[in-house]
Design a protein around this ligand. Structure first.
Ligand code: AMP
Length: 618
């Protein structure tokens, strides 16, 4: 008997589960499904997005439905249109082997008459956003007086968004003897109130954390000056050329402003917030899903229900007002068995908020440093080198080869390599050579900060694409070179490669251990990045200073990160590499955005005006 069968699920569902490739029930599924199948009960389940909660309520709901009756028997209420669509698509997959279970999604911003028609044809299950559902009830387009199961999904989000009245109104049109299953990532007072007022001695289930596959989110914070947030955001993006991220801002205005600046600086970015029309939002989401947009800048409300599985980074441009919201933000990454990083940009005065978030998420943050200019140049250089190595030769190039040989044929291989990579490297170097240190020395950081002594930075040709994150990479290196727990530090995992540091006494060990080392038949190469890190704590400006001295770059240059490297690079249409996106795509999307919602691009600096004081529960 497989594990899903043991939970009491029937053949139709088991077949669908097999087709979806689920082999193990997740914790929430294991806990909720047997309870919901064996008795008519109310349930409060504390579970985050990504835990498999949709199936935890979806399977038992489907199994409870009388497929021969066309009456609406199940109602699922979810906060956003995106989530609504995501749930209904999942439910359709689950119910695939039932002949006649119809799932209809009902949400705002789409034609209400069409939705009403679908319901009229017979919808045993309706998945709805609160506002549209209330509207349909008022217009008598739907009858929910006979439902047997009502699911409130992401209840905390719905209440955050101000749907309390709508939900209670909807519930007042449902029978008293139905079962109510409430799913929520957190249990603020308002959710507890719904449970108390509208549910009958609910059973309670809590799942610790995300638990599908090896999905993990690590949490990092960066202490910067308030006016340097934007510059820091750009550096973090440049230091991760394959980043696919959601940047969270607190307000629509900040969201729009940051997205505009990123677009003006040549990044594949777009804003997602409530002031955009539904059509604009759909366009943005479509471009994000297809990765034409690499960075989505969003408000909390607009980002709810984003169902994109491979987001690599969540960047908290500012921390949210409501501490619980952090969980929802970070839950956008590390989905479906993948690992993710949630980064927080904070000012020194916000340090205590990190402690508050740590208490909520039950995990520790790692204090990290905004990379300096040279580190970014190195990342981009190796990214380019790897990209060249992995690029398949385009047969179309053949006809040009004789002409290219005419120009380059005389140059020897070494020189040619140096020249080729210099095209990109020099651009980054010029842009970043005068970049200042953006890190603020927060007293609270000190406990976490390592003294880097006389350490050496290495490059290794494995990265996130091989399933590593900074923690597992450290483990790999420690295992191969037989080093101790703290001997490998500053591991930075990129797409197809990574960097790490070891102290001088371990350099030879690393070189020896990795000499000729193979993993799964693949040669693993580890190289010194030709840069020694000396002089104690890297938080101090002296490190940046040393770099500048070494490059002997002279005067002039930028004082900070304004303007943008990428902007200049994407104008430079002949160049390749760097972002990992084709310039054509960059341009076409950038142009489209610029000529539509983004206008001419904001050239102002990174500092925003001080905001009015907010209600806050920090
Ligand atoms: P959810 O928390 O419902 O948003 O689910 C997150 C993702 O996990 C979705 O893409 C599901 O299809 C997937 N999923 C749900 N249950 C399982 C399972 N038992 N095994 C593997 N993947 C699952």
């Amino acid at each position: 008997m497989n594990k899903f069968e043991a939970l009491g699920l029937n053949d139709e569902l088991l077949k669908a589960i097999e087709e979806m490739g689920f082999t193990q029930p997740s914790e929430i599924q294991e806990k909720a499904i047997p309870v919901l199948l064996s008795e008519m009960t109310d349930l409060v389940a504390l579970a985050q997005t990504g835990t498999g909660k949709t199936a935890a309520f979806g399977f038992p709901m489907i199994q409870n439905i009388d497929a021969d009756s066309r009456t609406t028997q199940g109602l699922i209420i979810a906060p956003t249109r995106e989530l609504c669509l995501q749930i209904s698509k999942e439910m359709e997959k689950y119910a695939k082997h039932y002949k006649s279970i119809n799932v209809v999604a009902v949400y705002g911003g789409a034609n209400i008459t069409e939705q009403a028609k679908k319901i009229k044809r017979g919808a045993q299950i309706i998945v709805a956003t609160p506002g549209r559902m209330k509207d349909m009830i008022r217009r008598r387009l739907v009858d929910i007086s006979k439902i047997e199961i009502c699911v409130l999904d992401e209840a905390d989000e719905m209440l955050n968004m101000g749907f309390y009245e709508d939900i209670t109104d909807i519930l007042s049109h449902t029978p008293n003897d139905k079962s109510t299953w409430l799913f929520s990532a957190t249990m603020p007072r308002e959710v507890a109130r719904i449970a108390k007022d509208f549910m009958n001695s609910p059973q309670e289930i809590t799942v610790g954390s995300k638990n599908i596959g090896a999905s993990t989110v690590s949490h990092e914070y960066y202490v910067v000056g308030a006016r340097d947030r934007y510059a820091a955001l750009k550096r973090l993006s440049d230091a991760h050329p394959d980043i696919f991220s959601v940047v969270f801002c607190r307000t629509k205005r900040d969201t729009q402003a940051v997205a505009e600046k990123l677009v003006a600086d040549g990044y594949n970015a777009a804003a997602l917030h409530g002031d955009l029309s539904q059509t604009q939002r759909d366009l943005v989401m479509k471009s994000f899903r297809t990765k034409q947009i690499q960075t989505l800048v969003a408000t909390d409300v607009a980002a709810r229900g984003i169902d994109v599985d491979d987001i690599t980074h969540v960047i908290n441009y500012q921390l949210p007002d409501e501490i619980e919201t952090y969980t929802h933000r970070s839950g956008r990454t590390g989905r479906a068995g993948k690992s993710g990083i949630s980064m927080v940009l904070i000012t020194k005065s916000e340090m205590r908020k990190i402690k508050a978030v740590e208490r909520i998420i039950g995990k520790k943050f790692e204090a990290k440093q905004i990379p300096n200019g040279m580190e970014i140049c190195e990342v981009q250089l190796f990214h380019l080198v790897n990209k060249i190595k992995q690029t398949e030769i385009n047969p179309e190039i053949e006809s040009y080869i004789p002409a290219i040989q005419e120009v380059l044929g005389d140059i020897d291989k070494d020189e040619l390599i140096q020249k080729m990579v210099s095209v990109e490297f020099t651009k980054f170097l010029n842009y970043y050579k005068k970049a200042k240190n953006l890190n603020i020395d927060a007293a609270e950081n000190k406990g976490n900060s390592a003294s880097f002594g006389d350490s050496t930075r290495f490059f290794i040709n494995v990265g996130e694409k091989d399933g590593y994150d900074w923690m597992s990479l450290k483990d790999l290196i420690k295992d191969v070179a037989d080093l101790g727990r703290d001997d490998v530090f500053r591991a930075d995992c990129m797409g197809s490669f990574s960097f790490f540091n070891v102290e001088a006494e371990n350099v030879e060990k690393i070189l020896e251990a990795f000499d000729g080392y193979e993993m799964d038949g693949r040669r693993i190469s580890v190289e010194i990045t030709k840069r020694k890190e000396g002089g104690g704590n890297r938080r101090r400006n002296d490190r940046g200073g040393r770099r500048n001295d070494r490059r002997n770059s002279g005067g002039g240059g930028r004082r900070d990160d304004r303007g943008g490297f990428r902007g200049r690079r994407s104008n430079d249409s002949g160049s390749s590499g760097g972002s990992g996106r084709s310039n054509d795509r960059d341009r076409s999307f950038g142009d489209r955005k610029k000529s539509s919602s983004y206008g001419g691009g904001n050239k102002s600096d990174g500092g925003f005006k001080p905001r009015r004081k907010r209600r806050s529960d920090w």
